[in-house]
Design a protein around this ligand. Sequence first.
Ligand SMILES: CCCCCCC/C=C/C(=O)SCCNC(=O)CCNC(=O)[C@H](O)C(C)(C)COP(=O)(O)OP(=O)(O)OC[C@H]1O[C@@H](n2cnc3c(N)ncnc32)[C@H](O)[C@@H]1OP(=O)(O)O
Length: 300
Amino acid sequence: MSSILRRCTKLTHSGILSMLPGSNGRSCALQYFASEKRYSTSSKIKVDLDSNTGVAIMQFQSPPVNSLSLDFLTEFAINIEKLELDRSCRGVIITSALPKVFSAGLDILEMYQKSPEHYVEFWKAVQEAWFKLYGSSKVTIAAINGNSPAGGCLLAMCCDYRIMAENPRYSIGLNETQLGIVAPFWFKDTMQNVVGHRETEKGLQLGKLYTAPEALKVGLVDELVPEEKVVSSAAEAMSKWLAIPDHARQLSKSMMRKPTIDRLLAAREADITNFVSFTSKDSIQKSLGMYMEMLKKRRS
Ligand SMILES: CCCCCCC/C=C/C(=O)SCCNC(=O)CCNC(=O)[C@H](O)C(C)(C)COP(=O)(O)OP(=O)(O)OC[C@H]1O[C@@H](n2cnc3c(N)ncnc32)[C@H](O)[C@@H]1OP(=O)(O)O
């Protein structure tokens, strides 16, 4: 991955690979693009795989806030699966192409005033995205360049390593209780595996959105770096992870994560039933409606 850095590239918010000042900028850019393979041309997620380094960069580009809609989650799971099956890919960096937001979490509109059949389909897509990312054998690094509440935090927590922009205005956490809803047990398990029991207990009950410095302090993220360096720092971290032989690292990862994955596998259907009955309650629908209203008011 240091070769990525040597190629003097950086990612800007527009999602365009642009040049850092270098002695030979033009040939530098050409070299980079020569080894890049476009994976996805879809509207919501862009994936580029560098065949020299084996590192894919996945950028969320679904305005206004990269919310995790059914379509987004489906596309996400397909992309992760495709990379999983690609032996030339060893690592994935996940980031956002939008300013100020990594992901706003699950798309609330998918859980609001829809049919039970829709809730089933949506929740299956949420589970599937989690299975694919949490169970990925690749090195996964989240380059968190903006706010990352709830489902956004879940995606970041599924990665092996998290680097966040040091901007104290950005926050991350499982804030579900603030919406009057409850994070399912596997969201909780994922957080617990990252920050431990006590912090998860506090974070979940309070629906706490940790500012970037707070997130670093409790270990919810591993590093804070200046915003413009989030992706290049992720590339640097990736080189360390890729220095370890894949088979040994992959078995270690699987050993750590398998019990958590097995837990949801065993309760998959019950979890869907639970989600549908919970979401369909009038009181929950009311809470979600009020929360959406609050978001709109805050904007105006
Ligand atoms: C019911 C059973 C539940 C079982 C468990 C379910 C587990 C749930 C997990 C979740 O992920 S729930 C979603 C939680 N997400 C949030 O609380 C984030 C809410 N959004 C924000 O805080 C902010 O939008 C932001 C991410 C900090 C970005 O702020 P910014 O000022 O840049 O943008 P806004 O003006 O607030 O938003 C723009 C636009 O987008 C809409 N929107 C924001 N978040 C969502 C969302 N998660 N889903 C759908 N839509 C969202 C927001 O309403 C604005 O819409 P318009 O006003 O432009 O129509």
